[in-house]
Structure formats: C-alpha cells, structure tokens
Design a protein around this ligand. Structure first.
Ligand code: ATP
Length: 387
C-alpha cells in the first residue's frame, strides 16, 4: 500500500522563509498527483520533504501506514527524477539503471541485474542501448534512462521534479504521453512537480495548485479548470478573461457585477454581498463572436446575457482552433477561441467590427481574496542559506 499522506506539513528556511505552510494532502495508491504553481511557491520543497532531502519544520509525512518523517531518503523506497537528468556520465546505461541494485542492502545476482535492466529498457522502449554512455544519447533518451533508473527497484512512489522542462516542445509532449503510459502500467503512486499548467492538465489524476506555500485548490484537471476555487487558480490554469468589479446584486441565481465599463451577469455559486470586490472569469471558448450586421448575430435570442461590441485586434490560427483578441467598447481586451471551421466562409480579420457575447452560466464570479490565508511572515524571493 503506497498511499502518501502529508499532515500539517510546514517547512521554514532560516527564521522567516515559509516555503511550505501547514498543508494536508492524501495521495491515493497508484494516483498521479501534480503540484503546480508559480516559481517559489513551494513545490520543490514539498517534494523534497516527501523524498527525505528536507526535514519538515512541523508536520508528518506518511507512506501507507508508516510515518517516514524522520527516515533518510534511502530508507523511503522512492524513485526520483530531476530536471537535470543526473545520469552518472562515466557509467554506461546499464550501470546507471543497475546503480540502485548495486548499492542496495540486498545482494542481486548478476543474472537478476541483467534481466531487470533488460526489462526496464523494454519499458522505456529503448532496447539494446545498455552499453552506451549518457553522452551518446539524445536528451529525451537520457530522460527515459533516468526514469528507468528511478523505477528499477520497483519503488513504492515515483517523485518527479520538472523532469521534462529541458526538453524541446515536441519531445516534451511525446515524453508526457510516455510517462503517463508507464505510470499507469506500473500503477506507481506518483508526485510530479511542474510550473507548466498545461503539462499538469494533460498528465494528472489530480492537480494541487500552490501559491505562497499553501494549497489554493486540490482537484481533477476538469475541476480546477471549470470550477476554480479562487481568482489565482482561474488565472493560473488555462487562459481566462478576468474583469475586476463589484457585486451590485445577488438574487441567489444570478450575480450582477459592475465592472466600471459594463454590467456583467453570472450564475451564482456562493452568496456574495453587494459591494464585494470580485473578479469575473470567462474562458475564451465561452465567448462567441459574430460580424456586426451578420444574420446570425451573437446575443439575438441565443440566451447570452452579456453582449457587447468591439473590434478584432489580433487573429491567431492555432490549428484546430482560432484565437481572437477583441477590444470591446468598454475598453477591455477579450480573448475569444472558436473552432477553426466556424468563420471559414467569411473570415474575421484585424479591424473588423464584431459582437461578442457570453452566457451567465459560462461566467464565474470569485472574490478577489486568495484562498491561501495571508501569512504573518514575509516570503523571500531569493533562496537563503539554511540557518
Ligand atoms: P521553482 O518553480 O522556481 O523551482 P518552487 O515552487 O519549487 O519554485 P521552492 O524551491 O520550493 O519553490 O521554494 C519555495 C521558497 O523557499 C522560495 O521562496 C525559495 O526561495 C525558498 N527556498 C528554497 N530552498 C531554500 C533554501 N535551501 N534555503 C532558503 N530558502 C529556500
């Protein structure tokens, strides 16, 4: 059983850098959980506490029913992969993968080592490269070998710290799929750290969005995208149009928000008092647009409560979708995404006048307050030596 549990985990560096602030999390056996958030929010520190490279200031780390908080890394039964592949350059691929078996308490017979290395190379789909040195491999191949090395001893948990960050875009996408496949095949409990929200969305069973050492939201990729718990999450995960405003009315079904330039209607999810400062969030694919004067005009009996006019400022073809930037009459810039085929007959171009509209049920209203409580100590932005 390799459930991982963080219980009130806190890490303070020196006397006042709160890197991780009293967080609780249970990662189920076989689950793929990603810690995502901006630079310095505490992702790596959290992972290092699980790996045993950092000792928490407070709180516990449990694996299964075992409290491992005070155990050194080599007793924890975890495999780890870092951004820099950290393969031993003077060793062959085989020696790299077999390293854990060589230094283990238990002695492995040579045949057992050979079989395991072969099995691992098949898993990463690179059979026959055991005698090469790391500098004879591409970046993606090296990262696969690092993964094989981390998994060679069949660890209870796999910990990954930005393992794909140094790969180019195409290779990274390929490795994301590869890593997901291997993780699911082995059913190994996995904690993945990235600042790349897209990577988090495509790979994870659940995502933990971190901000200033705390957890803003824990949820499935779908939940954090469609039901963000805070403006921070809405803004960090995926693209979003966010307008600042103040609640005018909340009748329990619809919230009316005055943004200064416009009055926006949104579906109520929680009771908000008039006067509350809020952000109104609409995803780009929740906004529709039509050319001014066209027959099927947005907002004409289509149920979209929020309609305005504007001018197309930018058109970007993204393959299956097209992204538009529209300057509205109210002075906002709206990002709008449509399916590529939608305006193909009569393509919209920069300078065209358009009507843009979005429905209240595509619109989320969130208080401007962060979910993470203000801490009474300052967060440093630069690492300091540990006191
Ligand atoms: P990144 O995405 O940039 O790697 P992160 O979310 O992984 O960031 P951490 O590396 O966990 O963030 O750092 C969290 C906070 O703790 C930061 O303010 C960082 O400066 C600080 N910090 C990290 N390691 C140390 C250390 N050894 N001594 C002092 N402060 C540290």
């Amino acid at each position: 059983m390799s459930r991982i549990e963080l219980d009130g985990l806190t890490k303070v560096y020196g006397s006042d850098v709160v890197a991780v602030d009293d967080v609780d999390l249970t990662i189920e056996d076989g689950e793929f959980v990603t810690l995502v958030g901006p630079s310095g929010c505490g992702k790596t520190t959290t992972l290092r506490c699980v790996a045993g490279f950092e000792t928490p200031t407070e709180g516990r780390v449990l694996m299964g029913d075992r409290d491992i908080t005070d155990e050194p890394p080599y007793r924890r039964d975890v495999g780890m992969v870092f951004q820099s592949f950290a393969l031993f350059p003077h060793m062959t691929v085989k020696e790299n993968i077999a390293y854990g078996m060589r230094v283990a308490d238990r002695e492995y017979a040579e045949q057992e080592v050979d079989e395991r290395v072969e099995e691992m190379l098949e898993m990463i789909e690179l059979p026959g490269i055991e005698d090469r040195k790391p500098d004879q491999l591409s970046g993606g191949q090296q990262q696969r070998v690092a993964l094989a090395r981390a998994l060679a001893l069949n660890p209870e948990a796999l910990l990954l710290d930005e393992p794909l960050a140094s790969l180019d875009e195409k290779l990274r996408k390929q490795m994301q799929a590869e890593l997901s496949r291997i993780q699911k095949e082995l059913g190994v409990t996995t904690v993945f750290v990235t600042h790349n929200q897209e990577e988090a969305m495509t790979m994870s069973d659940r995502i933990v969005v971190m901000n200033e050492g705390g957890f803003e939201q824990i949820g499935s990729p779908d939940e954090v995208y469609h039901e963000p718990a805070s403006l921070f999450v809405a803004d960090f995960i995926g693209k979003a149009n966010v307008f600042q405003g103040r609640v005018v009315d909340d009748d329990g079904e619809t919230v009316t928000v005055d943004t200064g330039e416009a009055t926006v209607r949104a579906t109520a999810t929680e009771r908000l008092d008039p006067g509350t400062d809020v952000g109104v969030v609409v995803r780009p694919e929740g906004v529709s647009l039509s050319r001014v004067g066209s027959e099927e005009a947005v907002g004409d009996g289509d149920g979209r409560e929020n309609v305005t006019t504007g001018e197309v400022n930018l058109v970007q073809m993204l393959g299956g979708t097209v992204e538009y930037r529209v300057y509205t009459e109210g002075g906002n810039e709206l990002i709008v995404t449509t399916q590529a085929g939608e305006h193909r007959e009569d393509p919209l171009r920069r300078g065209d006048r358009v009507r843009v509209g979005f429905a209240a049920d595509q619109t989320t209203v969130l208080s401007t307050e962060s979910v993470v409580e203000d801490l009474d100590v300052e967060h440093a932005t630069e690492p300091e030596a540990e006191a």
